[in-house]
Design a protein around this ligand. Structure first.
Ligand SMILES: [Zn+2]
Length: 87
């Protein structure tokens, strides 16, 4: 049974994280304050709140981060191309 094998494997991975804690790596920089991380063991995705605490990345938060990321890029774009031109 393939499904059982997969479930068992992900349980072992989660057990590792439960025992030793998640091993997060940065996967995406949203802006200077927010980043997205992923656990290399169980692939759990988290982001940080404005206090620096790691919180589980829900689809709702993903959408917020996407918007923030877009606004960040837009601001960078504007300051680079618009403001530098008017100097
Ligand atoms: Zn983990």
């Amino acid at each position: 049974m393939k499904t059982n094998y997969l479930e068992e494997k992900s349980f072992t991975k989660n057990l590792l994280c439960t025992l030793f804690g998640h091993h997060y790596v940065e996967v995406k920089k949203v802006n200077n304050h927010f980043k997205e991380y992923e656990c290399t063991h169980c692939k759990l995705q988290v982001t940080n709140d404005n206090k620096g605490n790691k919180i589980v990345l829900t689809s709702e938060l993903k959408d917020i981060n996407k918007t923030l990321s877009y606004l960040h890029l837009k601001r960078q774009f504007l300051s680079h191309f618009y403001f530098s031109r008017n100097k």
